[in-house]
Design a binder for this molecule. Structure first.
Ligand code: 8Y4
Length: 278
């Protein structure tokens, strides 16, 4: 499965890594936007050198409890980075947004993949994604980022998430997005308790049966805190373990903060699973 991300390839025939680029201003660099852009570009190049197959950039915090930012603020945050970074990268940039205007501007500036936690449900998003012609990640979320972790509830979390994703894929196809351009994501941590997240991870092969590449974002998430008590700064071991368990269950793209460590773990999974090691 080789995806064409605005001319840049993304191979998901084996588990690949999506590196998260943190865009918060670097207090150790200078004080201007230009310095922040340059510092972020250097971090992105380092993620690629460490083995990232795609770089995810977002301008709206989607962590639990986060406030919404305006579309103008989102554009102001991400566009300078994409414009500067895209010409320097051989791998695609993924734009983490739910807004049609941001999708258009970001792809116009060089992004090659749309990562939408709202699964193209915002006004105009389906049409924008269809017109842009780049692959899309369609993610499940219960509720809204600001309140989604207050009381997540499901009768059958696996069935409901799988059903939602199938429905959104159908909506995408009806809007003119080829099935070959769609990736699906259960949205770990987005309106889910630890038990819900564990059930979804166990049942990842059920989602894989939809025949589309499955994306898993588990890196540093609160599931690790719930199981181990570790604070967010000390979740590397849990993140590696969850990434490997997801890959073993069929995930083809892991959204992670710790790229080098995840790539090394995946190399070991590949070696153990390989049939040609003598
Ligand atoms: C610590 C660090 C604790 C990060 C929580 C978090 C996903 C995603 C996010 C995901 C896809 C996050 C943008 C949440 N998660 N996109 N985005 N899948 N496709 N929280 O799971 O990283 S942001």
């Amino acid at each position: 499965m080789l995806l064409n991300c605005a001319g840049k390839p993304l191979d998901v025939s084996r588990p690949a890594v999506m590196g998260v680029l943190n865009l918060t201003p670097d207090s150790f660099s200078g004080d201007g936007l230009a310095d922040d852009v340059e510092a972020a570009c250097e971090r992105a190049l380092a993620l690629v050198a460490a083995g990232a197959a795609v770089i995810d950039i977002g301008g709206e915090s989607t962590r639990p409890g986060a406030a919404r930012v305006s579309v103008d603020d989102e554009l102001a945050r991400v566009l300078p980075f994409i414009e500067r970074l895209a010409p320097r990268l051989t791998v695609p940039i993924s734009i983490d947004t739910r807004h049609a205007a941001v999708m258009r501007a970001a792809v116009g500036a060089g992004a090659g993949l749309i990562n939408d936690i709202a699964a193209l449900r915002e006004p105009g998003a389906l049409a924008a994604a269809a017109g842009l012609g780049v692959p899309v990640i369609v993610m499940h979320m219960q509720g809204e980022p600001g309140t989604m972790q207050q009381a997540p509830q499901y009768d059958d979390v696996v069935g409901e998430v799988a059903g939602f994703l199938a429905q959104r894929v159908a909506a995408c196809v009806a809007a003119g997005i080829a099935r070959e351009r769609i990736l699906i994501d259960p949205g770990f941590g987005f309106g889910k308790t630890a038990a819900h997240n564990l059930a979804l991870l166990r049942a990842l092969p059920v989602l894989c049966r939809q025949g589309l590449p499955v994306v898993a974002g588990l890196s540093r998430k609160s599931l690790i805190g719930a199981v181990t008590g570790a604070p967010v700064t000390q979740r590397l071991g849990g993140s590696i373990a969850l990434g490997l368990l997801a890959a073993q269950r069929g995930a083809r793209l892991l959204r992670v903060h710790d790229v080098a460590e995840t790539v090394q773990a995946l190399a070991m999974l590949d070696a153990v699973q390989g049939e040609s090691n003598g």
